[in-house]
Design a protein around this ligand. Structure first.
Ligand code: DX5
Ligand code: ZN
Length: 229
C-alpha cells in the first residue's frame, strides 16, 4: 500500500493542527521529525507536541527520532499517542531499542543515514515494521533529494520479499512527485514529504498528485502487459 506521510517539519509550527487538517483527508500517516540538537544540529519537538497533535488528529503518528538517546524517550512517546517510533541505527543499542519499542506497543522502525550501508540494518529486519531510508542528511527540511540511497531501498525490498517480511519501506528527505515515482519503483511504499507538501500552494493537491503519480507508476507495468496480450 503506497502512503504519503507529510512531515510536520515543513508545516507552520504556530498552527500545526491547522496544517494537519489541510491534508488529513488525503493521508493516514503524519511524519513527526524529532530532533535533539545533538544527534543532528537542529532542535524540534518531543512528546508534548505529539500529545497535542493526538488531541487534534487520529492520523498514524510516524515519529522519526533523530536523537542520541532514543531509549530515554520511547515510553513518553508511546504515552503521548505516537504509533511508530523509528530510531537511527547509528546510535547503537539497536536490538534493545527495537525490543523496548515493541514491548511498549509502538511499531518499531530503524532509520539509516545516506552514508550508512544497508548491511548495518540487515540483522534487524525481522524485528522491524518500518525501515526509513534517508535520502538527505538528517537535520533539516528543504534539502536536495539524494538518489543513491534508492539502491538500499531496492535491496531491502528484495530481502524483505525473500524473508517473507511485510516491511514498510519509507524514503525520507527531499521527496517530491517526480522522485517519489523512482522511489516507489525501487520498492518504497511510504513517501515522507515536508516541503513538497506544506510549502505547496495547496498541500492537499500536492499530496493527491504525489499519491496518484506513485500509484500510477507501480500499476503501469500491468497496464502495459495487458495492452500487449
Ligand atoms: C530530515 C527529516 C525529513 C525532512 C523531510 O532530517 O527527517 O523528514 O524533514 O522534509 P523535506 O521533504 O522538506 O525534505
Ligand atoms: Zn524524517
Amino acid at each position: 500500500m503506497i502512503r504519503i506521510a507529510p512531515s510536520i517539519l515543513a508545516a507552520d509550527f504556530g498552527d500545526l493542527a491547522g496544517a494537519v487538517a489541510k491534508v488529513s483527508s488525503e493521508v493516514d500517516w503524519l511524519h513527526v521529525d524529532v530532533m535533539d540538537g545533538h544527534f543532528v544540529p537542529n532542535l524540534t519537538v518531543g512528546p508534548p507536541v505529539v500529545a497535542s497533535l493526538r488531541m487534534h488528529s487520529d492520523l498514524y503518528l510516524d515519529c522519526h527520532l533523530m536523537v542520541s538517546n532514543p531509549g530515554d524517550l520511547l515510553e513518553a512517546f508511546r504515552r503521548s499517542g505516537a504509533n511508530g517510533c523509528s530510531v537511527h541505527v547509528e546510535v547503537g543499542d539497536t536490538k534493545e531499542l527495537l525490543v523496548e519499542a515493541r514491548r511498549l506497543g509502538l511499531r518499531p522502525g530503524l532509520a539509516l543515514n545516506p552514508d550508512t550501508p544497508l548491511e548495518a540494518v540487515m540483522p534487524y529486519l525481522e524485528m522491524l515494521d518500518v525501515l526509513v531510508v534517508m535520502t538527505v542528511v538528517p537535520g533539516f527540511g528543504g534539502q536536495e533529494f539524494m538518489p543513491a540511497p534508492l539502491e538500499k531501498v531496492r535491496l531491502a525490498r528484495t530481502l524483505a520479499g525473500e524473508r517473507g517480511l511485510s516491511l514498510d519501506i519509507e524514503v525520507d528527505g527531499g521527496i517530491d512527485e517526480e522522485n517519489g515515482i523512482s522511489s516507489v519503483l525501487a520498492g518504497a511504499n511510504v513517501l515522507v514529504a515536508g516541503t513538497a507538501v506544506f510549502r505547496a500552494p495547496s498541500p492537499v493537491a500536492a499530496v493527491r498528485a504525489m499519491k496518484d503519480a506513485a500509484l500510477q507508476a507501480v500499476h503501469k507495468p500491468t497496464v502495459q502487459a495487458a495492452d500487449q496480450e
